[in-house]
Design a protein. Structure first.
Length: 281
């Protein structure tokens, strides 16, 4: 389905969790001199003006990055993430929120490469314009990221982080992420995979974590952030989760420090909370 536009949700609580962890993963990969790729299967438009009609309609950023913006004494991982957002808001006001490709660009090095997929015809044009000056360092494909993964794995440097975060408007996306990860693990078992999913009251969302834990991966980390009690009418997203295959050993300790803090800052009601579990070979 192509009705989804991330601009309506840019900078919300789910983006805070996803991008904070994305930055941590790329920072870790960059500790070694050897190059790596970042592959984003659903890259969006690149960046989002928070005063645009789309972003302002729901203004979800106010309950996400907006709650972090004026705070001091942030946990180190949160401070790193927020400082990157400040880089595109030089006046000090929160006017622009970067997408995942921007966070990837800013935290990779000249020898690293970004491979971005986007299927929405208008968003891919914006994405190409956004990264037009970076040459072969950033390649943008107007195609289905699930299919595109097959051609890219394993990547030439044999090091990569793959971000998979579809809209899940189509219930078949829940099956597609499972099939995609199974195929990825066959083609490139040593890669790092970051899967985002929404916490919703629908059955497919509830069952997805259990299905992910049954994948043929011996090392994984699973973190969720819930900001409110699920709505009685079942409408809306009350939280989100990340499933990381082959996470760095440092990530669990970082999240043990960060998640209680995020719950307190981003909570909407008493239903807020988090979970964190992992498996290591």
């Amino acid at each position: 389905m192509l009705s989804y536009r991330h601009a309506f949700h840019a900078g919300n609580h789910a983006d805070v969790l996803k991008h904070l962890v994305l930055v941590q993963l790329i920072r870790y990969l960059g500790r070694k001199d050897k190059a790596f790729w970042v592959i984003d299967t659903h890259a969006g438009a690149g960046s989002y003006a928070l005063d645009s009609a789309q972003a302002a309609k729901l203004a979800e950023y106010r309950e996400g990055i907006g709650r972090l913006w004026g705070r001091k004494e942030l946990p180190p991982a949160v401070a790193d993430y927020v400082e990157l957002v400040r880089g595109v808001n030089p006046s000090g006001g929160l006017k622009v929120y970067p997408g995942s490709p921007d966070f990837a660009l800013w935290t990779t090095r000249a020898q690293d490469r970004l491979r971005l997929f986007e299927l929405h015809s208008r968003d891919v044009l914006r994405l190409r314009e956004h990264f037009a000056s970076f040459g072969t360092r950033v390649m943008v494909e107007h195609s289905d990221g699930f299919a595109g993964l097959k051609a890219l794995l394993p990547p030439p440097p044999r090091r990569a982080l793959v971000l998979i975060d579809p809209a899940y408007e189509d219930k078949h996306d829940y099956d597609r992420v499972i099939h995609a990860l199974k195929d990825c693990l066959q083609r490139f078992p040593g890669g790092t995979y970051l899967l985002w999913y929404p916490q919703l009251t629908r059955l497919e969302a509830h069952d997805l974590p259990l299905r992910l834990k049954r994948l043929p991966a011996s090392n994984w980390l699973h973190v969720t952030l819930r900001v409110r009690t699920p709505a009685a009418d079942g409408f809306g997203m009350h939280g989100s989760g990340l499933f990381v295959i082959n996470p760095p050993w440092t990530l669990q300790g970082t999240l043990q420090e960060v998640m209680p803090w995020l719950v307190e800052v981003l909570r909407i009601n008493e239903g807020a909370g988090f979970t964190l579990d992992s498996q290591a070979a």
